[in-house]
Design a protein around this ligand. Sequence first.
Ligand code: ATP
Length: 229
Amino acid sequence: MSALLQVEGLKATYGASQALFGVDLQVASGEVVALMGRNGMGKTTTVKCICRLLRAEGHISFDGNDLRRLPAHRAARLGIGLVPEGRRCFADLTVQENLNAAARPGPWDMGKVGLLFPRLDERRTQVARSLSGGEQQMLAIGRALMTNPRLLILDEATEGLAPLIRQEIWDAIGQLKRETGMAILIIDKSLKELTQVSDRAVILNRGRTAWTGALDGLDPELAHRYLGV
Ligand code: ATP
């Protein structure tokens, strides 16, 4: 059976400088995959290629569709929901306006997002710019869920957030996994939480897939080499 997301031999360049030299990664339906690697190893670039925000060479398919043939908005419509690095919420719109702007038909609606993130629900009428960083991240996740994706991609899920709110976000991701079986591709630096939530990890080194497997089986020497931990 082929994976929901299948990436093989992915290469990408920024102008004259090559960033990806051969990324292979797969996410099956219902699987949570951690995309890891030190700074600058190509994680965000890989996500941009998957979401068609950057041109790439190699094979990228989603649910059997060749993504390289499609523009970004069509990739989103196929069911890829992105929570981008830096969140990018509409600062002057309220929480509910931000969520509504993303809505597409399916089981996820404002009520379900509010149950997942009660803290957001309490702030429905607040403008996004008045939220804390963690609350904005919840809003960015909520907005991606409102598109009713089959694959949720989180780039830097909890980077730079306060510990308490980070925990709330990890809890929500665990809940999504347990209760919805949504496929998730997640970038983050917290090895402990990623080991708990992910089924498998793909580690990038200098723009290439260097290792893949369950994180609890990662050899300490490789963890040091590829993750700096
Ligand atoms: P980080 O954890 O720091 O976000 P990353 O693994 O996501 O790192 P990328 O952001 O994908 O890494 O970067 C991969 C390589 O591409 C790096 O060498 C980076 O300097 C380069 N790069 C990223 N964005 C650009 C850009 N807009 N223009 C030129 N080079 C870029």
